[in-house]
Design a protein around this ligand. Structure first.
Ligand SMILES: Nc1ncnc2c1ncn2[C@@H]1O[C@H](COP(=O)(O)OP(=O)(O)OP(=O)(O)O)[C@@H](O)[C@H]1O
Ligand SMILES: [Mg+2]
Length: 362
């Protein structure tokens, strides 16, 4: 066991340039304490798998250094492998082995004594809810069951550090939530965990601390609540009644430079000029209470970025409605990790993938 005060994982200036010149990691530095559940959150191609493969001694870094459980991954790869459990982005299970055989093989690869292998396999099959299918071929398992079995394989030798690359990618929402429960339970037993994900909700729910990674660099790091608080404002989505949107556009077209580029009145309401018109109109009405750059276009209305929205909203509505703008709907939400990503990168992480189940075949 690494001493309690030693980082469970630490990297310094990790750089990876693949053959062909892709700079997948561009100086990644982070530290994880024992017992932490740390996340690397980033969009496709950010460099997450590259970082994981280096830490798991499957890939050689170009520059920098990395230690797992206090051991240098370059000079002590065998010792590092003994101390970590790894579940990769795509589970590589033998479709013609049963669940139990898969776990027993993992135990033998880690040179565990036979009696421990049997005991540990029974324990993990039970814990992962796989006892009833232990004798079935893994090829017949659902995507969620394959992920749970892969996780059980990684846990066979009771590793000090568990590294998971996109543990729930491709799962339907229900299986994803079930796996989150499982990961939280494992974390509560004191196992140090590093996971990568591009699902913000996953990082938010599971990670005690996370680093947002983009283009091979860490853009910001902290606890999820701390990162969200750093946004300093809630988001208010205002739906504007259609006639009012038309009126706003019309007023702008009449007086202060709204676009009139031949789209005709109907087109102007439906497309860009209308959205711009609403934003300009709302900015004008809320001048002095809400900063101009806190108002942005939104389908059917506008969004406002407002500190303490719960208290501020009644005033804002009075101001808007006193000038004849009719608000037909209102939604408030606290900042998400997506807002954090936007703040630091100027882009949004694509979230829609999280809502679309991808069925894993075999
Ligand atoms: N073997 C390789 N050879 C060359 N380039 C690679 C190789 N593997 C990855 N890359 C490139 O390195 C960058 C980082 O890839 P990586 O797989 O680490 O990203 P990721 O964050 O895991 O993405 P995803 O969310 O899609 O899994 C990408 O531009 C990718 O195309
Ligand atoms: Mg990846």
């Amino acid at each position: 066991m690494a001493p309690a005060n030693m980082p469970a994982i630490e990297t310094a200036g990790l750089v990876k340039v693949y053959k062909g010149g892709v700079r997948a990691l561009d100086g990644i530095t982070f530290q994880m304490s024992p017992g932490e559940l740390f996340g690397l959150l980033g969009p496709n191609g950010a460099g997450k798998t590259t970082a994981i493969r280096i830490l798991a001694t499957l890939l050689v870094m170009t520059e920098g250094s990395a230690r797992v459980a206090g051991l240098d991954v370059s000079s002590k790869p065998r010792e590092v492998r003994e101390r970590l459990g790894l579940a990769m982005q795509t589970p590589s299970l033998d479709a013609f082995s049963t669940g139990r055989e898969t776990l027993e093989l993992a135990g033998r690869l880690h040179r565990m004594p036979s009696a421990s292998i049997k005991r540990r396999a029974d324990e993990l099959l039970e814990l992962m809810g796989l006892a009833s299918v232990a004798k079935k071929l893994t090829g017949t398992y659902s995507g969620g069951m394959k992920r749970r079995l892969d996780l059980a394989s990684a846990l066979m030798h009771c590793p000090e550090v568990l590294i998971l690359d996109e543990p729930t990618e491709g799962l339907d929402p229900q299986s994803r939530v079930a796996l989150w429960d499982e990961l939280e339970r494992i974390s509560r037993t004191g196992t140090t965990m590093l996971l990568t994900t591009h699902y913000m909700e996953e990082a938010d729910r599971l990670c005690t601390r996370l680093a947002i990674i983009d283009n091979g660099q860490i853009v910001v790091e902290g606890r999820p609540d701390e990162l969200k608080r750093s946004i300093g404002a809630d988001t208010v989505v205002l739906q504007l009644a259609p006639d009012q949107r038309a009126a706003a556009t019309q007023r702008l077209g009449d007086g202060n430079g709204g676009r009139s580029d031949g789209d005709g009145p109907t087109g102007a309401i439906e497309r860009g000029p209308s959205a711009d018109g609403q934003v300009v109109e709302v900015r004008r009405l809320l001048e002095g209470i809400v900063a101009a750059d806190a108002v942005a276009a939104h389908p059917g209305g506008v969004t406002l970025s407002v500190p303490n929205a719960g208290t501020a909203v009644p005033d804002l509505l009075r101001r808007l409605e006193s000038d004849g703008l009719r608000v037909s709907g209102l939604q408030m939400r606290q900042p998400s990790l997506d807002d954090v990503f936007l703040k630091y990168t100027g882009r949004r992480i694509r979230e829609e993938a999280a809502d679309q189940p991808i069925l894993l075949g075999w």
